[in-house]
Design a protein around this ligand. Structure first.
Ligand SMILES: Nc1ncnc2c1ncn2[C@@H]1O[C@H](COP(=O)(O)OP(=O)(O)OP(=O)(O)O)[C@@H](O)[C@H]1O
Ligand SMILES: [Mg+2]
Length: 484
């Protein structure tokens, strides 16, 4: 009883089942056969490889843990390399969700928890068969996402994002420096998921005062407190059916984090003043530019919440680590801003592009975006030159001490446009505006911020550790042989 929907009867799909527990294997075989698929099965990774060689299956159901020299993850790795078109679904125990998510990052299409929900398996198999029937054309590199990327690093991130997005209940933690596009990617995850028609609610945890966070998120009942003249829905309830982004959740008050953990684990919350919990069907995304491990050490972030969040993570690389993305981003931003300001299309000269591609972008994509907007407004010609870029680009701290590319306006430019300097080390305008004094100020601030940790301070300043040590020597600050 194959569920063929159209007349051009697509070919029967062959499913490979790999599980070392005979009972589970038999159960799966029976069900998958009943659903109208061809079935082959193996009790070990080694046998599975032979079957793949001989039968070239379309879909593989792989148990994550095989009592064998080749386990499920390894098998997946081999399949991804040798049969990129084959679609793999992992089967995992409930304690192995972490590994199952890792498998999705490696290219598995989905995972199913044991005991297997056969309705779910059926719909997953159907979705994949449909996909295989329609995928005769290769996927385009860029897509409807208006998400611009060309680097290998971002290709990986986007591939992972796509796969994790499909698991529409899975909580995903998105990490990355400020301006790398975390919010932007979260919105894309929502749009790629089955929840796309339902609300998408972003909650900026750092913008809500501590004493209001509970009522903002969970709402309250009438009479819960003096001003509560009527019941009010919280943001979590507003998002029902959809996706909630807890943005900058590293800034969430410690006390409240227990309630977030409960929300994540039990999908329910309690309105202020209510006697019972309210269940809610949402996906939760969380984003932060903080180092949560460090926050845990500092007792600002709960360890249990960290563990719960750290199951599926996506790290968005800094723009300087993926400079191949810069031309595409620049051109697409040029298009957007030329249209916005009603000016004729502009391009960046090759020398100009070289400047953009070597700049370290402490403010990441946001900084690039701001610069392009500025250049569109300021530049007259249809080609933006390297000189124009240099004039409007704040010198990175790393270039201090080397012959400055600009005039003595450098230090002033740095102060007037602080986005070039990581926000953490912004300083108020000092009396002594000499380059040297400025440099020393920034370095001292950075060391203060990092409790004297040179590696972290160098990171913050966007210079190498050697460059920092060199400057410290110059400033006659004891360099020492600091070890972390
Ligand atoms: N790949 C991309 N393609 C197009 N635009 C992008 C891309 N990545 C980021 N942007 C744009 O860059 C800007 C900054 O992105 P976003 O606000 O998502 O960063 P963020 O990581 O959340 O930063 P923060 O930590 O400061 O909140 C946004 O205007 C976003 O639209
Ligand atoms: Mg953000």
């Amino acid at each position: 009883m194959a569920t063929t929907k159209d007349a051009s009867a697509p070919r029967e799909k062959k499913v490979l089942i790999v599980d070392d527990e005979a009972l589970i294997r038999f159960g799966l075989e029976k069900f998958v056969k009943q659903e109208g698929y061809g079935v082959i099965s193996a009790g070990s990774g080694k046998k599975a490889l032979e079957l793949i060689e001989d039968h070239d299956p379309d879909i593989a159901l792989l148990d994550l843990k095989l009592q064998d020299s080749i386990d499920g993850l390894e098998l997946l790795g081999i399949i991804r390399k040798t049969r990129p078109k084959m679609v793999s679904i992992m089967i995992s125990g409930q304690t192995e969700i972490h590994a199952a998510v890792e498998a999705m990052k490696l290219g598995a299409r989905d995972y199913l928890e044991k005991p297997i929900d056969f309705d779910k398996l059926k719909s997953v198999l159907e979705a994949i068969s449909e996909e295989l029937d329609n995928s005769s054309e290769p996927e385009p590199e860029t897509d409807d996402l208006d998400l611009v990327f060309a680097s290998e690093k971002m290709k990986k991130v986007v591939a992972i994002m796509r796969r994790l997005a499909l698991k529409s209940d899975l909580t995903i933690l998105i990490l990355g420096e400020s301006g790398t596009g975390k919010n932007f990617l979260c919105q894309k995850i929502h749009e790629m998921s089955a929840r796309r028609e339902a609300p998408y609610v972003q909650i900026g945890c750092s913008n809500i005062p501590d004493h209001l966070i509970e009522s903002e998120l969970f709402g309250y009942e009438k009479g819960a407190f003096t001003d509560a003249k009527a019941a009010k829905k919280g943001l979590i309830e507003v998002a029902a059916g959809g996706t909630v982004l807890l943005d900058e959740l590293g800034d969430m008050p410690y006390q409240f984090q227990t309630k977030v953990l409960k929300l994540l684990e039990e999908r329910c919350f309690r309105r202020i003043g209510a006697l019972e919990d309210t269940p809610v069907d949402i996906r939760i995304l969380a984003a932060t530019n903080r180092d949560l491990k460090h926050e845990v050490q500092e007792k600002k972030f709960r360890l249990d919440l960290f563990y719960r969040l750290n199951i599926a993570t996506i790290e968005v690389p800094a723009l300087r680590e993926r400079s191949e993305d810069i031309p595409g981003l620049t051109n697409s931003l040029l298009g957007i801003f030329c249209k916005k300001y009603g000016v004729e299309a502009k391009t960046v000269s090759p020398e100009g592009m070289a400047v953009l591609m070597t700049y370290p972008w402490p403010g990441n994509v946001r900084q690039l975006k701001n610069l392009v907007e500025k250049l569109v407004v300021l530049s007259d010609g249809d080609e933006i030159t390297a000189a124009e870029i240099n004039e409007n680009l704040d010198p990175p701290l790393a270039s201090l001490g080397q012959p400055p590319p600009l005039t003595s306006a450098v230090s002033l430019a740095m102060m007037s446009a602080p986005q070039a300097v990581p926000a953490e080390i912004e300083a108020s305008l000092p009396d002594d505006l000499s380059l040297e004094a400025m440099e020393e100020r920034f370095i001292r601030r950075a060391l203060e911020k990092t409790n004297g940790n040179q590696r972290k301070a160098a990171n913050l300043l966007n210079i190498s550790r050697d460059a920092l040590r060199y400057r410290l020597k110059k400033m006659q600050i004891n360099v020492g042989d600091e070890e972390e």
